[in-house]
Design a binder for this molecule. Structure first.
Ligand SMILES: Nc1ncnc2c1ncn2[C@@H]1O[C@H](COP(=O)(O)OP(=O)(O)OP(=O)(O)O)[C@@H](O)[C@H]1O
Ligand SMILES: [Mg+2]
Length: 165
């Protein structure tokens, strides 16, 4: 397993981090987002969509479990789920969502910890933590168990640029 930590100090930096992360994603990737209410799961999804060249607006799916975004310049459609209102994995299963793990797009799931038992082993996890003393700060822990081809260098490049700002 490989994991790395990234820190942002503003919404804008989170967008840029998301954009860099989006450019690392490939067809079939599942990105599991975890973090408390307001951690920044939807915000980083905006950035990721930007990195995928997707132009349709990203919403906060309060009452909708799934938003589908047609492929943009990277030719990857985005399936944006929010599992907040699911009680457990059974509802995910019953809704027929398992088939989304087997597609040629990118799947992002907010509150993925609610359905962790049905996620593919290849899912990439992004845990977001806040810091009470620094309200604009977010720490992202990206952990990847089964993808030796993941382009970590792209994120290193983002970090180097960020530090130059
Ligand atoms: N560095 C930062 N990165 C991301 N969001 C930040 C940052 N600093 C402050 N914020 C604020 O935190 C909030 C993040 O909201 P967002 O909707 O992305 O969270 P969420 O994790 O999707 O919440 P929910 O669990 O309700 O879906 C926004 O109000 C945003 O302005
Ligand atoms: Mg959200």
């Amino acid at each position: 397993m490989q994991e790395k930590f990234y820190q942002t100090n503003s919404v804008e930096e989170t967008y840029l981090f998301g954009e860099a992360l989006g450019r690392c994603l490939v067809a079939g990737d599942v990105l599991a987002l975890a973090g408390e209410l307001g951690a920044g799961k939807t915000t980083i999804t905006h950035g990721i969509a930007q990195g995928l060249g997707i132009t349709s607006p990203i919403s906060s799916p309060t009452f909708t479990l799934l938003f589908e975004h047609p492929a943009g310049t990277e030719n990857l459609p985005l399936f944006h789920f929010d599992a907040y209102r699911l009680t457990d994995e059974t509802e995910w299963y019953d809704a027929g969502f398992m088939e989304y793990f087997d597609n040629q797009g990118v799947v992002i799931i907010e509150w993925a910890d609610k359905i962790k038992n049905v996620l593919p082993q290849t899912a990439k996890w992004l845990h977001i933590t806040t810091n009470l003393a620094q309200p604009e700060q977010r720490v992202f822990r990206l952990s990847i168990e089964y993808d030796s081809d993941f382009n970590w260098e792209n994120l290193t490049a983002w970090e180097l640029c960020k530090n130059l700002l």
